[in-house]
Design a protein around this ligand. Structure first.
Ligand code: SF4
Ligand code: SF4
Length: 377
């Protein structure tokens, strides 16, 4: 991930990652990223521009950065993505992103009134304006919807909003803020998060051909393949890095700006080994080892891997005191998927018989049908 700035013009109430005085990354840092990666890895790289608000870097930055990153890694398959609130999208920027097939992740929390209550007055309109520009240039836009303890109560309204607009939904639970005096003011309680995931599983099945809920697809895929397919449910250490505005390297975008998690800088061109040997690298490895013991009796360990290390260690100031506090939610949804799958398997015809793998009376799609759909995608 590339974080061109931690600055952001929006004032979302539960935000934990913006900094008003954050500088904008110099284009020279992009050149350094290429020089660093050329000796680092020949694996496929997805560069995701994230923030703060990455569009603050402006069109000249992206025109140059995308050209340098594309041309600079000839032996590597490169792909791009951006996560933005779309406020600053212009036809000029949209044309640049379209030239590199950059898919857009944006954020909206539901209908205008609900969204603006959480993300600030005017957010919805500015986002929609950017959305229209992006879509008119053929860009794909997917939405992250942050559920807070407030919007959790409005889940029906939110699902209907996504259905009506044909938006793909990716859920983020609001995390306790590391800044501010009331960290849990907006945070979604882990028990409610578990219930919400089960609710969204039901909605995925109810609106089987009309809605895509990415988290549910990922969870179902994880149970089926027996391994996590998104960072939260895989050992993310070493497969994901984030580069801050000054070229500092972190284990993930969530740590950017937190001094104690700097693993090195692209200007020094560290090897993977050097990064893993940094205090932050060792802490992430220690978390992985901790999970092996703490979650050893959990039937879901292979496709959960203790959840997100950031959730587990950032609130305790880098001390490993437990796994991701969302464990309760993960257990709940993984148990639910597994139980439903087992029930459906018992109801389906024996192996080798016509219809094996499908429920005998398929009036309503179940988890098995969803698994089939996800695997075929
Ligand atoms: S720390 Fe959490 S959010 Fe970051 S890459 Fe790892 S699992 Fe993903
Ligand atoms: S569900 Fe909880 S106990 Fe099981 S692997 Fe995940 S974090 Fe560990």
């Amino acid at each position: 991930m590339i974080i061109p700035t931690l600055g952001c013009p929006s004032q979302c109430k539960y935000c934990w990652s913006s900094e008003e005085t954050s500088p904008i990354m110099a284009i020279e840092t992009i050149t350094e990223i290429v020089s660093w990666l050329n000796n680092f890895s020949e694996e496929r790289v997805t560069f995701t521009f994230h923030g703060g608000e990455p569009l603050l870097a402006g069109p000249n930055f992206y025109r140059e950065a995308l050209a340098i990153l594309s041309a600079g890694l000839p032996n590597t398959r490169t792909e791009f993505a951006i996560q933005t609130n779309l406020w600053l999208m212009t036809p000029e920027l949209a044309e640049i992103f379209a030239a590199y097939n950059v898919p857009i992740g944006s954020s909206i929390d539901g209908p205008q009134e609900l969204n603006d209550l959480q993300r600030g007055d005017g957010y919805f309109q500015k986002n929609m304006r950017g959305y229209e520009i992006a879509r008119s240039h053929g860009l794909v836009v997917r939405y992250i919807c942050t559920f807070t303890n407030h919007s959790y109560q409005k889940r029906d309204e939110i699902v209907q909003f996504f259905l009506k607009n044909g938006f793909v939904l990716k859920l983020h639970p609001a995390l306790p803020s590391l800044r501010g005096e009331n960290p849990k003011e907006w945070a979604l309680d882990p028990l409610d998060y578990g219930d919400l995931l089960i609710y969204l599983l039901d909605q995925s099945l109810l609106y089987f051909n009309e809605i895509e809920i990415m988290n549910i697809n990922d969870l179902v895929r994880g149970v089926f393949t027996r391994r996590g397919t998104v960072c939260t449910f895989a050992d993310c250490m070493g497969s994901t890095f984030a580069i801050g505005p000054d070229g500092s390297i972190y284990p993930c975008y969530r740590f950017v700006g937190m001094e104690q998690y700097v693993m090195g800088t692209v200007y020094d061109r560290p090897t993977r080994e050097m990064l893993l040997q940094s205090p932050a690298g060792k802490l992430m490895a220690a978390y992985r080892d901790f999970v092996d013991i703490a979650c050893s009796n959990c039937p879901h360990i292979r496709y959960c891997r203790g959840g997100c290390p950031y959730n587990a260690i950032a609130p305790t100031d880098g001390e490993i005191k437990g796994v991701d506090p969302h464990c309760i939610a993960y257990k709940k949804i993984f148990d639910e998927i597994t139980d439903r799958l087992n029930t459906e398997m018992l109801q389906s015809p024996p192996m080798g018989m016509p219809g094996f793998g499908m429920p005998s009376q398929p009036q309503k799609p179940g988890v098995m049908a969803l698994m089939h759909k996800v695997v075929m995608q």
